[in-house]
Each structure stands twice: as C-alpha cells, then as structure tokens.
Write a protein of this length. Structure first.
Lengths: 211, 455
C-alpha cells in the first residue's frame, strides 16, 4: 500500500468521518496550546455531530452559498478615491440603517465595513433565494439610483445599468465556506406574515382566556 | 377572422418601429379563433439536408407584416441549439447564444425545478434525449386551410434523406375553444411597443419591443444580449415549449371533493385561475359567470387589481395573478414588465370531459403545448418557475404553488382570501404534468436565409 494516508492529498469529501477527525487532530498538533486542548475536550461531541450531520450548505448560483432558503453574498472591493467619505456620509444620513431595503422584501441584512484605512470595503448580505441573479434586472429598473449611490464608492463600478455590472459583482464576490442560519426556512416575507398571525392568535387567545 | 375584426373599434393602429416583414408571424399574430394546426419535430442527420430544407421552406414562412390584418394560416420555424449545431453554424456563433439555451431544457431541470413527476427522466424520449433540431408549426383558423398548408409543409420535409420526422402532433380545442381542463385560455397578452397596434383594453402600457424581439431597446434602455452575427440575431427571438399532460380525472375529483353544487364547483374553478371557465375575469364578474364577457376581447381583459389588494376577488395565488401581477402590491419588489411572455399555447388530444374522474382518465392523452416567446425566454421561464410558480413567497403565501401548472408536493394547499376568515383548500395535486420541453431560437426571415445558405 502507498503511504498516501500520511499526506493531505485527499479532498475532505473523500475521507470517512474517522479519517477527517484524524486529519483535523494532525492539523491541530501545530495549533496554539489553547486550541489543541479545546479540541481534545470536545472531540467526542464533535465526532457524533459529524457522524449525524445537519443539512450541508449548497451553492447559491455562480458564487456564494445557501442554507435552506437563505443565501449569502460577500464582496470585497477596493474603494474609489473619495468613495469611503461619500459612502460614510450617505450611511450616516440614514443612521447607519438602510431601512429602505424593507421594500425589496428579500434582504435579511446588509453589512458595510470599511477596511485597511478606507481603501477596501467588505459588503455582506443575507437574502432569500437561490441566487442574486433572479431579481437584479428588477433592481435596475426600480431602484437603480440607490444602488449607484452606494456602489459608485467602489473602484471601477460601471453602474447598475451597465451589462458589465453582474460580472463586476461576481468578480469581487467570495464564497463563504461556513454559513450558519438560525431559521433557514424563514424568509423575510414569511417572518412578517407569522408575526401578523401570531399577534392575531395572541389577541384571540387573550379573549378566550378571559371568559 | 383578423384581430381587427375580433376587437373592432377597440383596436387602434400605432407606430411601427420594428421590421415587421423580417420578424416571423408567430411572434406577433394572435392565436386564431378557432384554431387548428400541427407541431412537427424534425431531426437532422446531416447539415446539408438541414440547410436544403431551410432554403426550400423559408419562402413559405410568414412574416409579421400587417399582423393585425392577417387571416391566413401561417408556417413558423424554430431551431434548438442541437439543431444549430447540426446545421454546422460556426463555433463562435454557437458560443454567442445564452448558456441555458445551449444546455437545452432537459439539462436545466434544477433551474426550472422540474423534479419528481416533472423530472426529464420521465419525459417523452425525443425531449428527454435532446433529439429535436427543428420545430415547424402550422397555425390556421379552419380545418380546410390547415390541411392544405400541412400538405405544402409536408412536401418539404417528408421523405427527404437526412431529415427524420420525430413527431407530428395535431392541436386544436374543439368543441368550444376550451383547453383540456375546460377553460377558454390564452386571453391576456403583453402589448408590445412599436409593433403597429396600441395596447388593447386592459393590456396596460406597451412594453419595449426589445423584451420580445432581439435588436431593439428593452425596458432598461439597451438591447438584450443577442446571438452573433447580427444577421442571425436581429429580429429573432426565443421560444420555449413545455408539453403538459392534463390530469382531467384528478382535476374533476378535486372540484367534486371541495365543492358541493355545480355553481360552487365553477366558482372554485374560477378562483384557481382568476377567470371563470368562460374566460370572464373574476374582477368584472366576482360572483356569477358572464360568458358573453368571457368571449369579448374588448372587455374580458379590461381590469386592474386596484380594488382588490388582498385577493378577495382574485386570489393572490391564482394562476392568472401569479403570471401577470399587474398592479398588485407584492411582498417582494419586482418590475412586472420584465417578466411578461407572449403566449401561443395550443391544446392537444381528447377534448375536455366534465365526467372524467378516474385515474385512467388522467392518462388519456390530452393537454397543453405551453408555448412562450421572449427575447430572454430561458431566463424568464426559469425566474417564473422559481419565484412565481413553484413558490408563494412573493405574495406572502409561503410554499404555495400555482394550482394550474405548479409541481405540487404532498399536503399542497390553495388559499382563497375571504371574510371573515380565509379558506384554505387542501389536497391540491399536480393537474398538469410535464411530458417534455425544449428551448428554441426563432430566427428572422433574413436569418433563416443566412442559415439555409451556409456552406
């Protein structure tokens, strides 16, 4: 038998749970003490979680991943000259809360983070659906200006109406490799609906409870 | 009967800013009333035979010139990606077509959510294996002219070496112009700007020609991506075909289970679609059918949802409201004008049978060729299947699906908003099962010449 077992040439999916745990322990042999001992303490629990795993993440189109109905979009992009200042002023005007996204109906959250002395930006969002491609044409005709105000802070942004806009986003998008979602089946719309129903049911039960 | 005759004074002529005499008739001519015809699917064994066929047939392919005045039968031609490849269209031209078109409908099952009963592995062989290269259709408003035109078409494709006829499927909705589930269908159509006719009553504002015909500006102001070279793409469009088997037994059983009288059954049937089976829209006939309204093209589409935001007249999840939300305030932001399709659907097989209730009845061949036309037909159909047909999120309906063409899972429901409490009907089944489908390119007449003269 070859000595391949010793090397790391196998892709993780090819290995059994035991082999992956063994591989993980090998990697952690070089980790700081604090990590190494932590791993040993939870090893049994970790092994049983891996043996009976929850649903794995799936792809969300070209780039990006999804869990249940909710996908992530993560973009790292260089900022244009003056871009950080402009975008920061815009965000500050709205108290840092782009609540205008309420009317889009599929956006769970959006995060704008300025990095490396205002030279780069991390933009991250969680949204309902398989891929951001689906509704982007609708954004172009319905809310192009808000998108261009924000995205023009990014170096080389061609404008949302440009045929190159989708390629620009995909080129700067990085797929997450870990994606946990608390309620992967609950879309923004469904959550709002359940809130309305929940309130009505509580009122109804209050009435009955009083009798 | 021409469209002008059918609609009368409500048809007003408008500006023409597209090349009508280069665009194929099917793109703009409305389906005749009554309608008869045949869809012929061809397979090419060699490029030469295919090009010869196109050269011979092209002079007989009708254009959309004066389409509102047309009363004669017409012949149309559409080609799949495999067909373009079989014609040995140059490689860089083939590569310029959209990815979904190049893959073919069977390979797009994940994007179309064609799973379970609709999975391509259950499709008819010609569709399942991507054998279709060229689709030729004959549309007519009389049996006689239909047969006459078919004879002409047959002379060009029958008995030709290098050309195999995979199928020739007759269509028609007689008696009564009713589809297999008993409805008058294909009433609503988009109004297309610059095509010579102003919007008919209820069609809403005209949509930019480029959404339906390649080479012209679309709603966002630019022409949509088009195949190259220009002569091949310009004035062409894409056509999707989805062939459904209608499970009439299951549909009738459903109506009988959830409604007690004939009147109640007809109302339930109306709530599923948004129109009574006569075609009368619920908005204009909320409690009682009005067959005269249903058959009047000047009135049967003339409504909006402004007075019905909660769906108490027209349920938010009914087929018609999903396919064209009009002015509905949806839970998810969308531009309805970007998701419209021209429909040229046809009915095939045994006529509607109100007494069919057995599982055997479900399998009697009868159903719909759902045919849709758009400059971005693949992207539109995949969007509709994912967002508006097999999903209820956009109307706050959770996982509910289109009751007419949705792929239903166990425990599927249909919500009928009403006072004081909504009614939710359980046990919705898949009433139209997918038997096959394909994406086609419908070239302009110039493009057909170009293809026929390739060497």
């Amino acid at each position: 038998m070859a000595t391949d077992v010793q090397t790391t040439t196998h892709s993780p999916q090819d290995l059994t749970v035991e082999e992956q745990i063994a591989h993980l322990r090998e990697l952690f042999a070089d980790a700081p003490e604090v990590g190494r001992t932590a791993l040993e303490r939870v090893l049994n629990e970790l092994t049983s979680q891996a043996t009976d795993p929850p649903p794995p993440v799936q792809s969300a189109g070209r780039v990006g991943i999804r869990l249940g109905k909710i996908s992530e979009l993560t973009i790292i992009v260089p900022l244009a000259p003056g871009g950080a200042e402009r975008l920061r002023a815009f965000l500050r005007l709205l108290g840092g809360n782009l609540a205008g996204a309420d009317k889009v109906g599929t956006v769970h959250d959006m995060r704008f983070v300025f990095l490396d002395n205002d030279t780069r930006m991390l933009f991250a969002t969680a949204y309902d659906g398989d891929s951001w491609d689906s509704y982007i044409d609708d954004f172009v005709t319905k809310i192009p200006d808000y998108l261009d105000i924000m995205d023009s802070a990014w170096e080389g942004w061609p404008g949302i109406r440009s045929p190159g806009a989708k390629d620009y986003l995909a080129a700067h998008q990085v797929s997450a490799e870990g994606w946990y979602v608390g309620n992967p089946d609950l879309t923004v719309v469904e959550t709002r609906r359940l809130k309305r129903i929940g309130k009505a049911v509580d009122e109804f039960l209050d009435k009955i409870g009083d009798e | 009967m021409t469209l002008t005759d059918r609609v009368g004074a409500d048809l007003t002529r408008g500006r023409v800013s597209v090349e009508l005499d280069d665009i194929q008739a099917t793109v703009l001519r409305y389906r005749p009333e009554p309608y008869y015809g045949t869809h012929v699917m061809l397979h090419l064994e060699d490029a030469r035979a295919g090009r010869d066929f196109l050269r011979r047939l092209t002079p007989h392919v009708d254009s959309a010139a004066e389409w509102w005045q047309a009363a004669e039968p017409w012949i149309s031609v559409a080609i799949t990606y495999s067909g373009l490849d079989a014609l040995e269209v140059p490689k860089d031209s083939l590569q310029s077509f959209p990815e979904a078109f190049r893959e073919g409908m069977a390979a797009r099952a994940d994007q179309l959510l064609d799973h379970g009963d609709n999975d391509p592995k259950n499709w008819e062989p010609a569709f399942r294996e991507g054998l279709i290269h060229i689709g030729v259709s004959v549309f007519s408003d009389s049996e006689e002219t239909w047969h006459h035109t078919m004879e002409l078409a047959r002379r060009h494709y029958e008995g030709r070496p290098g050309l195999t006829v995979l199928s020739a499927e007759d269509f028609g909705a007689q008696p009564g112009d009713l589809n297999p589930l008993g409805y008058k269908d294909s009433i609503g159509q988009p109004a297309i700007e610059g095509c010579g006719v102003d919007p008919l009553p209820g069609q809403g504002p005209a949509i930019k020609a480029g959404e339906f015909i390649l080479g012209y500006p679309g709603e966002a102001g630019e022409p949509l991506p088009s195949p190259r070279p220009d002569v091949l793409g310009r004035n062409g469009t894409f056509v999707g075909l989805r062939k459904y088997q209608s499970r009439v037994g299951a549909f009738n059983r459903f109506l009988q289970t959830h409604a007690q009288s004939d009147d109640e059954r007809e109302l339930l049937a109306a709530k599923l679609v948004g129109r009574w089976r006569s075609g009368a829209p619920l908005t204009l006939a909320p409690t009682k059918d009005d067959p005269e309204l249903g058959s009047d093209p000047s009135r049967n589409n003339n409504f909006t949802y402004a007075g019905d935001p909660d769906g108490r007249q027209v349920p938010l999840g009914c087929h018609m409201r999903r396919m064209n939300p009009r002015d509905t305030k949806m839970a998810v932001l969308a531009d309805v004008n970007l998701h419209r399709i021209v429909r040229r659907s046809t009915t095939y097989g045994a006529p509607y049978d109100p007494n069919a209730i057995s599982e055997h009845d479900d399998n009697v061949p009868r159903g719909l060729h759902f045919i849709f036309v758009s400059a971005k037909a693949m992207a539109t159909m995949e969007f509709l299947q994912q967002e508006w047909i097999n999903n209820g999120n956009f109307m706050s309906l959770g996982d509910e699906r289109d009751p007419n063409i949705g792929l239903q899972e166990d425990g599927a429901t249909f919500t009928i908003p009403q006072q004081p409490v909504r009614r939710r009907v359980h046990g919705v089944e898949t009433f139209n099962v997918l038997r096959g489908g394909e994406y086609f390119f419908m070239p302009s007449l110039s493009a057909l010449s170009w293809l026929g003269n390739l060497s």
